[in-house]
Design a protein around this ligand. Structure first.
Ligand code: SF4
Length: 251
Protein backbone atom coordinates (compact mmCIF):
# COMPACT_ATOMS: atom_id res chain seq x y z
CA UNK A 1 0.00 0.00 0.00
CA UNK A 2 1.12 3.55 -0.67
CA UNK A 3 1.28 6.21 2.04
CA UNK A 4 -1.92 7.76 0.63
CA UNK A 5 -3.70 4.39 0.79
CA UNK A 6 -2.51 3.91 4.38
CA UNK A 7 -3.87 7.34 5.30
CA UNK A 8 -7.23 6.61 3.66
CA UNK A 9 -7.44 3.33 5.52
CA UNK A 10 -6.62 5.06 8.82
CA UNK A 11 -9.37 7.62 8.23
CA UNK A 12 -11.86 4.81 7.65
CA UNK A 13 -10.74 2.81 10.70
CA UNK A 14 -10.64 5.83 13.00
CA UNK A 15 -14.27 6.60 12.12
CA UNK A 16 -15.46 3.12 13.14
CA UNK A 17 -17.09 2.24 16.46
CA UNK A 18 -15.04 -0.37 18.38
CA UNK A 19 -17.42 -3.24 17.55
CA UNK A 20 -17.38 -2.32 13.85
CA UNK A 21 -13.60 -2.04 13.79
CA UNK A 22 -13.24 -5.51 15.32
CA UNK A 23 -15.80 -7.07 12.97
CA UNK A 24 -14.24 -5.42 9.93
CA UNK A 25 -10.74 -6.60 10.84
CA UNK A 26 -11.62 -10.25 11.30
CA UNK A 27 -13.94 -10.38 8.29
CA UNK A 28 -11.40 -8.61 6.08
CA UNK A 29 -8.13 -10.11 7.35
CA UNK A 30 -9.13 -13.44 8.97
CA UNK A 31 -6.21 -14.97 10.88
CA UNK A 32 -3.93 -12.10 9.80
CA UNK A 33 -5.77 -10.09 12.49
CA UNK A 34 -5.54 -10.83 16.23
CA UNK A 35 -6.35 -9.46 19.64
CA UNK A 36 -3.00 -9.54 21.43
CA UNK A 37 -3.77 -9.36 25.12
CA UNK A 38 -2.32 -9.90 28.57
CA UNK A 39 -5.91 -10.40 29.80
CA UNK A 40 -6.27 -7.08 31.44
CA UNK A 41 -9.75 -5.55 31.53
CA UNK A 42 -9.75 -4.01 28.03
CA UNK A 43 -8.46 -7.12 26.28
CA UNK A 44 -11.27 -9.20 27.77
CA UNK A 45 -13.83 -6.59 26.63
CA UNK A 46 -12.50 -6.73 23.05
CA UNK A 47 -12.84 -10.52 22.97
CA UNK A 48 -16.44 -10.21 24.14
CA UNK A 49 -17.12 -7.52 21.53
CA UNK A 50 -15.82 -9.80 18.80
CA UNK A 51 -18.07 -12.59 20.04
CA UNK A 52 -21.10 -10.25 20.02
CA UNK A 53 -20.14 -9.02 16.56
CA UNK A 54 -20.41 -12.60 15.33
CA UNK A 55 -16.74 -13.25 14.60
CA UNK A 56 -14.36 -15.70 16.25
CA UNK A 57 -11.23 -13.68 16.91
CA UNK A 58 -7.71 -14.97 16.81
CA UNK A 59 -6.43 -14.30 20.35
CA UNK A 60 -2.72 -14.18 21.16
CA UNK A 61 -1.01 -13.74 24.49
CA UNK A 62 2.63 -13.17 25.33
CA UNK A 63 3.26 -15.81 27.97
CA UNK A 64 6.42 -14.68 29.78
CA UNK A 65 6.38 -17.86 31.90
CA UNK A 66 6.20 -15.53 34.90
CA UNK A 67 2.48 -14.72 34.83
CA UNK A 68 0.37 -14.93 37.99
CA UNK A 69 -1.91 -17.92 38.48
CA UNK A 70 -4.93 -15.59 38.23
CA UNK A 71 -3.94 -14.69 34.66
CA UNK A 72 -3.74 -18.33 33.60
CA UNK A 73 -7.11 -18.87 35.32
CA UNK A 74 -8.84 -16.13 33.35
CA UNK A 75 -7.36 -17.53 30.12
CA UNK A 76 -9.05 -20.85 30.89
CA UNK A 77 -12.37 -19.10 31.55
CA UNK A 78 -12.14 -17.06 28.34
CA UNK A 79 -11.38 -20.17 26.27
CA UNK A 80 -14.36 -21.98 27.78
CA UNK A 81 -16.85 -19.11 27.48
CA UNK A 82 -16.01 -18.10 23.91
CA UNK A 83 -15.01 -21.54 22.61
CA UNK A 84 -11.60 -20.43 21.34
CA UNK A 85 -7.98 -21.44 21.77
CA UNK A 86 -5.55 -18.77 22.92
CA UNK A 87 -2.18 -18.83 21.14
CA UNK A 88 0.65 -18.47 23.65
CA UNK A 89 3.91 -16.99 22.40
CA UNK A 90 6.70 -17.80 24.86
CA UNK A 91 10.35 -16.72 25.19
CA UNK A 92 13.02 -18.41 23.12
CA UNK A 93 14.42 -21.11 25.47
CA UNK A 94 18.07 -20.48 24.56
CA UNK A 95 17.80 -16.71 24.96
CA UNK A 96 16.03 -17.18 28.27
CA UNK A 97 18.57 -19.67 29.61
CA UNK A 98 21.47 -17.42 28.61
CA UNK A 99 19.90 -14.38 30.28
CA UNK A 100 19.27 -16.23 33.54
CA UNK A 101 22.71 -17.84 33.51
CA UNK A 102 24.43 -14.46 33.03
CA UNK A 103 22.25 -12.23 35.21
CA UNK A 104 20.06 -14.41 37.44
CA UNK A 105 16.31 -14.89 37.55
CA UNK A 106 15.66 -11.55 39.28
CA UNK A 107 17.83 -9.24 37.16
CA UNK A 108 14.98 -6.75 36.85
CA UNK A 109 15.71 -5.45 40.37
CA UNK A 110 19.25 -4.40 39.39
CA UNK A 111 18.61 -1.54 36.95
CA UNK A 112 16.17 -0.15 34.37
CA UNK A 113 18.43 -1.55 31.65
CA UNK A 114 18.23 -5.07 33.05
CA UNK A 115 14.45 -4.78 33.49
CA UNK A 116 14.20 -3.80 29.84
CA UNK A 117 16.50 -6.67 28.87
CA UNK A 118 14.29 -9.14 30.74
CA UNK A 119 11.17 -7.64 29.14
CA UNK A 120 12.82 -7.85 25.74
CA UNK A 121 13.64 -11.55 26.12
CA UNK A 122 10.39 -12.55 27.80
CA UNK A 123 7.95 -10.19 26.04
CA UNK A 124 9.13 -8.06 23.14
CA UNK A 125 10.83 -10.82 21.12
CA UNK A 126 7.77 -13.05 21.51
CA UNK A 127 5.53 -10.15 20.49
CA UNK A 128 7.69 -9.57 17.42
CA UNK A 129 7.25 -13.22 16.42
CA UNK A 130 3.49 -12.81 16.82
CA UNK A 131 3.47 -9.60 14.76
CA UNK A 132 5.28 -11.38 11.94
CA UNK A 133 2.01 -13.32 11.43
CA UNK A 134 -0.27 -10.27 11.49
CA UNK A 135 -1.59 -7.43 9.36
CA UNK A 136 -3.88 -6.08 12.10
CA UNK A 137 -2.75 -5.97 15.73
CA UNK A 138 -5.43 -5.15 18.32
CA UNK A 139 -4.17 -3.84 21.65
CA UNK A 140 -5.95 -2.85 24.85
CA UNK A 141 -4.07 0.45 25.23
CA UNK A 142 -6.02 3.31 26.82
CA UNK A 143 -5.00 6.91 27.24
CA UNK A 144 -5.98 6.95 30.91
CA UNK A 145 -3.56 4.16 31.83
CA UNK A 146 -0.57 6.45 32.45
CA UNK A 147 0.88 9.83 31.62
CA UNK A 148 3.05 8.23 28.97
CA UNK A 149 -0.02 6.85 27.16
CA UNK A 150 -2.03 10.08 27.00
CA UNK A 151 -1.34 10.65 23.31
CA UNK A 152 -1.89 7.08 22.11
CA UNK A 153 -3.61 6.94 18.73
CA UNK A 154 -6.63 4.76 18.04
CA UNK A 155 -5.03 3.39 14.88
CA UNK A 156 -1.69 3.76 13.20
CA UNK A 157 0.60 1.77 10.96
CA UNK A 158 3.79 0.42 12.52
CA UNK A 159 6.79 -1.25 10.91
CA UNK A 160 6.57 -5.04 10.86
CA UNK A 161 9.45 -6.58 12.83
CA UNK A 162 10.01 -9.25 10.16
CA UNK A 163 10.17 -6.88 7.17
CA UNK A 164 11.04 -3.15 7.29
CA UNK A 165 8.97 -2.56 4.14
CA UNK A 166 5.81 -4.08 5.58
CA UNK A 167 3.33 -2.27 7.86
CA UNK A 168 0.98 -3.65 10.49
CA UNK A 169 -2.17 -1.77 11.46
CA UNK A 170 -2.00 -1.28 15.21
CA UNK A 171 -5.52 -0.67 16.51
CA UNK A 172 -6.60 0.27 20.02
CA UNK A 173 -10.37 0.59 19.66
CA UNK A 174 -10.99 1.41 23.35
CA UNK A 175 -8.22 3.99 23.55
CA UNK A 176 -10.55 6.76 24.76
CA UNK A 177 -12.59 4.65 27.20
CA UNK A 178 -12.12 5.28 30.91
CA UNK A 179 -12.05 2.71 33.69
CA UNK A 180 -15.74 3.16 34.60
CA UNK A 181 -16.85 2.56 31.03
CA UNK A 182 -14.72 -0.59 30.73
CA UNK A 183 -16.02 -2.01 34.00
CA UNK A 184 -19.63 -1.11 33.22
CA UNK A 185 -19.24 -3.22 30.07
CA UNK A 186 -17.66 -6.11 32.01
CA UNK A 187 -20.48 -6.12 34.56
CA UNK A 188 -23.33 -5.70 32.06
CA UNK A 189 -22.14 -8.52 29.78
CA UNK A 190 -20.64 -10.82 32.43
CA UNK A 191 -17.18 -10.77 30.84
CA UNK A 192 -14.62 -13.01 32.62
CA UNK A 193 -11.96 -10.87 34.27
CA UNK A 194 -8.71 -11.36 36.17
CA UNK A 195 -9.36 -11.90 39.90
CA UNK A 196 -6.39 -9.66 40.74
CA UNK A 197 -8.58 -6.62 40.00
CA UNK A 198 -10.57 -7.54 43.13
CA UNK A 199 -7.31 -7.36 45.14
CA UNK A 200 -6.41 -3.75 44.26
CA UNK A 201 -4.42 -4.31 41.06
CA UNK A 202 -5.03 -1.76 38.28
CA UNK A 203 -2.45 -3.01 35.76
CA UNK A 204 -1.32 -6.60 35.28
CA UNK A 205 1.97 -8.14 34.23
CA UNK A 206 4.44 -10.66 35.65
CA UNK A 207 4.57 -11.75 39.28
CA UNK A 208 6.89 -9.63 41.46
CA UNK A 209 7.00 -6.89 38.79
CA UNK A 210 3.30 -6.13 39.39
CA UNK A 211 1.77 -4.96 42.68
CA UNK A 212 -1.57 -3.43 43.71
CA UNK A 213 -2.01 0.36 43.62
CA UNK A 214 -3.48 2.92 46.01
CA UNK A 215 -6.53 4.98 44.88
CA UNK A 216 -4.43 8.13 44.39
CA UNK A 217 -1.79 6.38 42.28
CA UNK A 218 -1.35 6.15 38.52
CA UNK A 219 -2.81 2.87 37.18
CA UNK A 220 0.69 1.64 36.27
CA UNK A 221 2.33 2.71 39.55
CA UNK A 222 2.31 -0.92 40.69
CA UNK A 223 4.50 -2.00 37.77
CA UNK A 224 8.22 -2.27 38.68
CA UNK A 225 7.39 -0.36 41.86
CA UNK A 226 11.02 -0.17 42.97
CA UNK A 227 11.63 2.38 40.17
CA UNK A 228 8.88 4.77 41.36
CA UNK A 229 11.14 7.11 43.37
CA UNK A 230 13.42 7.59 40.39
CA UNK A 231 10.47 8.07 38.04
CA UNK A 232 8.80 10.71 40.21
CA UNK A 233 11.53 13.15 39.21
CA UNK A 234 10.76 12.47 35.54
CA UNK A 235 6.97 12.52 35.75
CA UNK A 236 5.21 9.67 37.47
CA UNK A 237 5.56 6.42 35.56
CA UNK A 238 6.24 8.23 32.32
CA UNK A 239 8.75 5.65 31.13
CA UNK A 240 7.27 2.53 32.71
CA UNK A 241 6.92 0.43 29.59
CA UNK A 242 8.11 -3.08 28.83
CA UNK A 243 9.05 -2.15 25.26
CA UNK A 244 6.17 -3.69 23.33
CA UNK A 245 4.50 -0.30 22.94
CA UNK A 246 7.50 1.98 22.45
CA UNK A 247 9.87 2.88 19.63
CA UNK A 248 7.35 4.03 17.10
CA UNK A 249 4.82 1.32 17.80
CA UNK A 250 2.11 3.57 19.13
CA UNK A 251 3.29 5.57 22.14
S1 SF4 B 1 7.66 -7.72 33.76
FE1 SF4 B 1 9.43 -8.34 35.02
S2 SF4 B 1 9.65 -10.62 34.84
FE2 SF4 B 1 8.21 -9.87 33.27
S3 SF4 B 1 9.47 -9.68 31.49
FE3 SF4 B 1 9.44 -7.64 32.43
S4 SF4 B 1 11.16 -7.54 33.87
FE4 SF4 B 1 10.89 -9.70 33.23
Amino acid sequence: MTVAQHNEQLDRVNAMAPEDMIRWAFEEHGPRAAIVTSFQDTGCVMIDMAHRAGVTPRVITIDTLRLPKETYDVMDRIEAKYDLTIERFQPDPERLAKMISNHGEYLFFDSKEKQEYCCRVRKVESNDRALATLDVWFTGLRRDQSQGRQDTEMARYVRAPDDPDRRVLKASPLVDWNTDRVWDYIKVYGVPYNALYDQGYTSLGCVICTTPTMPNEDKRAGRWRWFNAKNSALGANADKECGIHVEGSGI
